[in-house]
Design a protein around this ligand. Structure first.
Ligand code: UD1
Ligand code: CA
Length: 466
């Protein structure tokens, strides 16, 4: 196949967003618009991806990898934006796929269809179109006897053209040489005084080059996002699309309208997702899990038969049969091994938590390596931070930790040790030992009564003075 280069336009400010951030950085379903487009192009497998940046370019560059950036210093229109890639592209033979960074819902399958249509018909330009409502402000495709003659921007439409419903999606396939030859002829003689990429279609048509439209059925896949109303709608459209795919693949989603699953998330069969869950990033969930209600997961790897409710988890691995929540928090590189249990109000960070171990209530485990079948009593805390450095707590297999224990790191507790409740452990506890690290209890006989009498006398004295 001939070389395919993708050019993504992302230099605009996006004035209608009313934002300090460039438009393409705004997120649809927890992923910036530009990343939706670039990731889909990577999945499609094009030879090179070029992104045109300009307004707040650095903010875009910081979040996009594996592409070539070109710069448009002044945003003089979409045609002018494409021209900025001239140095990189103009000598190349082959096909250029032009996409907009503000149309994040396009699917690689549709792009593939566009490319195939373009090649099969040996077109010099193929624009993707869709039917839209006459009230929308997209550019319209002008056809005479079914033949594409050009594109007219909404603001430039004549009254007689206002009932045209075929819109320009601003996704195109061009013969690269023909594109740059036509761009050289584009002027800014229009309502917005911009160099429109859309004019290229009319110019090629006049030059007797074969231009055509590939019309798709689903407008929702290609509508450009220009304001926050469209942004919110895009999130709903994508949410519904993704949830439907999961449902058809065997995932049980109780309330699809109250479940937000990111585009890159993978979920196994017979897993149930309860209402109120947000599952994002590169999260992978196995089979037969029960997730929710009300969980937020980011970049999690969760194996089979796991149960998690009301919890916020990120960047961690959970092995089979683990049971978590309600109200647990995991962050940064935790590894929870098979059949472990984390209960109410348990937080972990950079912790390995061994097979079958339990922290059932009110526990913080940070910078720790915990072995198998360890029991953390309620209120146990690893004191991992001395104000300057973070230190490691090591707990070997079968340790029993009594309630309200402080483990002052760095510290190690050896196999089968037992720690008395309320202890503050600062030294290594040997294998099979019992550690008690708290003040010894003293009972003073009858002293409760005496204490009461002393208090009453003091109270009487004070009242007399007044
Ligand atoms: C564009 C099309 C319109 C189409 C619509 C579909 C033109 C002139 N119009 O209109 O026919 O129906 O998309 O959504 O092409 N950009 C730059 N540099 C610029 C201007 C824009 O990089 O100087 C980028 C923007 O960042 C954006 C994309 O190009 O990602 C589209 O620009 P936008 O201003 O949103 O064009 P529309 O008015 O929506
Ligand atoms: Ca747009």
């Amino acid at each position: 196949m001939e070389e395919v280069i993708a050019l993504v336009l992302a230099a605009g400010k996006g004035t209608r967003m009313k934002s300090e951030k460039p438009k393409v950085v705004h997120e649809v379903l927890y992923k910036p618009m530009i990343n939706h487009v670039v990731d889909e192009l990577k999945a499609l497998g094009v030879d090179e991806i070029i992104v045109v940046v300009g307004h707040e370019a650095k903010q875009v560059e910081d979040i996009v990898d594996g592409v070539t950036f070109v710069y448009q210093d002044q945003q003089l229109g979409t045609g002018h934006a494409v021209l900025q890639a001239k140095d990189v592209l103009a000598d190349k033979e082959g096909m250029t796929l032009v996409l907009c960074g503000d149309a994040p819902l396009v699917r690689k399958e549709t792009l593939k269809e566009l490319i195939n249509y373009h090649q099969e018909n040996q077109n010099k330009a193929t624009l993707m179109s869709a039917d839209c409502d006459t009230s929308t402000h997209y550019g319209r495709v002008i056809k005479i006897d079914g033949q594409v003659k050009g594109i007219v921007e909404y603001k430039d439409l004549q009254d007689s053209q206002k009932d045209i419903t075929e819109m320009n999606t601003s996704e195109y396939c061009f013969d690269n040489q023909a594109l740059f030859a036509a761009l050289a002829k584009v002027t800014n003689d229009n309502a917005q005084k911009e160099y429109y990429l859309t004019d290229v279609i009319g110019i090629m048509n006049e030059d007797n080059l074969k231009v055509d439209a590939y019309k798709i059925d689903d407008f929702n896949e290609v509508g450009g996002i220009n304001d926050r109303v469209a942004l919110a709608e895009a999130t709903q459209i994508l949410r519904d699309r993704i949830n439907k795919e999961h449902l058809l693949n065997g995932v049980n989603i109780i309330d699809p309208q109250n479940t937000y699953i990111g585009r890159d998330v993978v979920i196994g069969i017979d897993t149930t997702i309860e209402p109120g869950c947000i599952i994002k990033g590169n999260t992978v969930i196995g089979n037969n899990c029960h997730i929710g209600p009300y969980c937020e997961f980011t970049n999690m790897e969760i194996k089979d038969n796991v149960e998690i409710k009301f919890s916020v988890l990120s960047d961690s691995i959970i092995e089979c049969g683990v049971d978590i929540g309600p109200y647990s928090r995991l962050r940064t590189n935790c590894h929870i091994k098979e059949n472990a249990h984390l209960g109410n109000f348990v937080e972990m960070k950079k912790a390995i938590f061994g097979k079958g171990s339990k922290a059932s209530h009110l526990t913080y485990v940070g910078d720790a390596e915990v072995g198998e079948d360890v029991n953390f009593g309620c209120g146990t805390i690893t004191s991992n931070y001395d104000g300057k450095n973070k230190s490691l707590t090591k707990i070997e297999d079968n340790v029993f930790i009594g309630c309200n224990t402080n483990l002052v790191a760095p510290v190690t507790v050896r196999r089968n040790a037992y720690i008395a409740a309320g202890s503050t452990i600062t030294k290594e506890v040997e294998e099979d030992a019992l550690a008690i690290a708290r003040a010894r209890q003293v009972n003073k006989e009858g002293y409760s009564k005496i204490l009461k009498e002393i208090r009453e006398q003091e109270y009487a004295k004070r009242n007399k003075k007044k």
